[in-house]
Design a protein around this ligand. Structure first.
Ligand code: ADP
Ligand code: ADP
Length: 226
């Protein structure tokens, strides 16, 4: 059973623009998969559909055993999403942001607080737990979004351009963290327009351009072709 199955997924926005022209892909459990493509290719649209921020026009999406049209609550539990833009309340404190996110998944408060501590520590921002999030640096905000996405310990972690605008040192430490949780069993999908990032992290890569998957292969094979 794959972690993610996408079949003939299309998206036409209200203005008539066709952002996805029927993409299909599967991501195996335990894989580290990059969706690679230039700006405007359709990466965020795909991610948006996976977390129901964007309504698909047609096609099928299944997360482990849960079809998102049939059982979205189950799919939601399997997935952790790290969006591209910071979308938390800037007056809220990191600890509360994560603990409150647990409520979104119906977790008991005590468990959500335990996870908040665990992941703020794992991501090196525990000392900022009571600092209003607006005062965090860009790199800290990114790590906070990763911690928030992990509160329910999802089997599939999806990150949309996680290291865009992050300095090289921070990028490397985020890479190490992601490699570790992948090694511990979490399937990871990330979008990126850095080949270098896909090369450093991923086993498989799908290349998307103009709303179509133009290549779907192992990173090794891709690098051999270049
Ligand atoms: P990427 O994440 O690969 O940069 P996106 O999925 O954000 O690409 O966008 C794919 C295409 O869809 C782009 O051409 C973008 O301008 C267009 N697009 C995105 N959102 C909307 C929208 N709400 N309405 C119309 N077009 C959109
Ligand atoms: P609701 O509609 O239940 O109020 P929101 O859409 O306001 O939920 O989302 C609440 C929080 O959960 C936001 O921070 C949002 O980014 C995040 N979120 C939304 N959908 C998902 C998802 N599928 N997985 C993880 N976090 C999500």
């Amino acid at each position: 059973l794959p972690a993610l199955t996408i079949e003939n997924l299309t998206k036409t926005y209200d203005n008539g623009f066709q952002a996805l022209k029927g993409i299909s892909l599967t991501v195996a459990q335990g894989d580290f998969y990059a969706l690679l493509g230039p700006n405007g290719a359709g990466k965020s649209t795909t991610i948006g559909i996976l977390c129901s921020l964007v309504n698909k026009s047609a096609g099928r999406v299944q997360v482990f055993d849960a079809d998102i049209d049939v059982d979205f609550p189950a799919a939601k539990k399997y997935i952790g999403i790290v969006p591209q833009e910071f979308n938390f309340n800037i007056f809220e404190k990191p600890f509360d942001i994560i603990a409150n996110q647990g409520g979104y998944y119906g977790m008991p408060r005590a468990l959500a607080e335990e996870r908040a501590e665990k992941y703020l520590k794992a991501l090196g921002i525990w000392d900022k737990r009571d600092t209003p999030s607006r005062a965090l640096s860009g790199g800290m905000k990114r790590r906070l979004m990763i911690a928030r996405a992990l509160v329910h310990e999802p089997k599939l972690l999806i990150l949309d351009e996680p290291t865009a605008g992050v300095d090289i040192e921070m990028r490397r430490s985020m890479w190490e963290f992601l490699k570790r949780i992948n090694a511990e069993g979490t399937t990871i999908i990330l979008t990126t327009h850095y080949l270098e990032e896909a090369e450093a992290l991923c086993r498989h890569v799908g290349i998307i351009n103009h709303g179509e998957i133009v290549e779907n292969t192992s990173i090794r094979e891709l690098l051999r072709q270049l």
